[in-house]
Design a protein around this ligand. Structure first.
Ligand code: ATP
Ligand code: MG
Length: 400
């Protein structure tokens, strides 16, 4: 018996004629994500993807414990719904019995508290002389005979013995849930406005889960925002890249622009004018880097800059669609996702953000269009946007 990873596809299987291109992208993404785990064979049959080592001594496939790391990496690839570690073997019903016996013994060794089980079977190879109900029934009886301490419970068993009869036979139990979605690369690229907060990394994760590769832009106001604040954003980009793949992180030197704004624009309007400039710089960078939309972590009503009026005032300066995947999402739900993707601990590190440093104590929460015109009349917006784009440093972020 050898170990093999079984990964189940989700939404892709609902696709019509273009399903093939989604599957090719998914396999390519898996190859890229798993390249540090040795030479692998990654192939597909029906709605499953199988991953096995080309070399017998690949340590990641040695046992359940060592496979955990590579399985976790598979769960980070969008398009996969769940992952199991299976044992693969050849032969007829006799081999199914002997290998299942060996497998159940190893499951019980690791989980001595297990008392009940059931057998579930799938038969892809129709030339196998027994059908699925027969396999379940016969094999269930065989296991009861060999492991008298076990009982069958079809409703709520402690573990399920899954048998699949295909070109080879497979036995496995349990699964690790993945992040579903569509393979990154099946949608156009987006430019994520990535701050050091909780929301924007989650927003990037959510758009990547719909197949969108990402670039990121971060507005940095050194020395008002520290090197640690910048490092935090780099770390967050790296966490997001574990799901989205390679990211170009564009760091805009925002200091002079913010100082000009503070000097030449009314205090209570700075939140809006600053965000308008951010969006314009982001759009220019997006165009330069082949991105088709902007993404922010805004959520309606969360803070002063996220009222409908403030969002409208910010939105109108750009032509590109601005995607806001968190717009109707509760903060706690966002925090839950942030924890799940491993970003939360980094997001809550207490380094200042450029928005919080220059923000007015009482920002105008419902700005009128004429307020905005008035607030910007002493600003040379075009020059500010241009200087922002020019003063950008780009860092390549790779997940591993
Ligand atoms: P987050 O948790 O993502 O920081 P927030 O709740 O702090 O969001 P705001 O400060 O109003 O809300 O920012 C709203 C959105 O604007 C952010 O989600 C992010 O997309 C973008 N943004 C804010 N500050 C920056 C920054 N310094 N660099 C890049 N994008 C930013
Ligand atoms: Mg923030």
């Amino acid at each position: 018996m050898s170990n093999i990873i079984l990964a189940r596809m989700g939404e892709i299987t609902l696709k019509g004629l273009n399903r093939g291109s989604f599957e090719i992208q998914l396999k390519g993404n898996l190859r890229y994500r798993l390249k540090k785990y040795g030479k692998l064979r990654i192939y597909q049959s029906q709605s499953r993807i199988w991953i096995e080592p080309k070399e017998e001594d690949n340590p990641y496939f040695a046992n359940d414990e060592s496979a955990r790391e590579i399985m976790k990496a598979v769960t980070q690839v969008f398009g996969i719904v769940s992952v199991s570690l299976a044992r693969k073997f050849e032969g007829g019903y006799d081999e199914v019995c002997s290998n299942t016996r060996e497998y159940v013994a190893s499951v019980l060794e690791n989980n001595p508290e297990y008392k009940t089980f059931k057998v579930s079977s799938k038969r892809g190879n129709k030339s196998f002389p027994m059908n699925s109900p027969q396999i379940c029934c016969e094999l269930g009886g065989y296991i009861l005979d060999k492991f008298p301490q076990l009982k069958v419970d079809v409703k709520k068993p402690d573990f399920i013995v899954n048998i699949e009869i295909r070109d080879y036979n497979y036995v496995y139990s349990g699964k690790m849930m993945a992040h579903r979605g569509l393979p990154v690369g099946t949608a156009g690229k987006g430019m994520l406005l990535l701050s050091g907060g909780i929301d924007s990394p989650v927003a990037g994760f959510m758009m990547a889960s719909r197949g969108m590769p990402l670039d990121c832009v971060y507005f940095h106001s050194y020395p008002y925002t520290s090197d640690q604040a910048k490092q935090k954003v780099i770390d967050l980009a790296k966490i997001v890249s574990g799901f989205s793949g390679h990211i170009n992180l564009h760091i805009v030197n925002f200091t002079q622009i913010q100082l000009d704004m503070v000097k030449n624009s009314p205090q209570d309007m700075i939140t809006v004018t600053m965000r308008r400039i951010m969006l314009q710089i982001a759009e220019k960078l997006a165009l330069k880097n082949d991105c088709k939309c902007l993404i922010t972590g805004e959520s309606l009503g969360q803070v002063a800059s996220q009222t409908l009026e403030a969002i409208t005032a910010t939105n109108e300066v750009v032509k590109m669609p601005v995607l806001r995947p968190l717009i109707g999402i509760d903060k706690q739900a966002t925090i839950d996702i942030s924890r799940e993707i491993g970003a939360f601990e980094t997001s809550i590190l207490p380094f200042e953000d450029c928005c919080t440093i220059f923000v007015a104590r009482h920002p105008k929460t419902h700005p009128h269009p004429e307020d905005v015109t008035e607030a910007e009349k002493n600003l040379d917006i075009n020059a500010m946007v241009e200087s922002g784009v020019m003063g950008t440093e780009t860092i390549e972020i790779n997940p591993f």
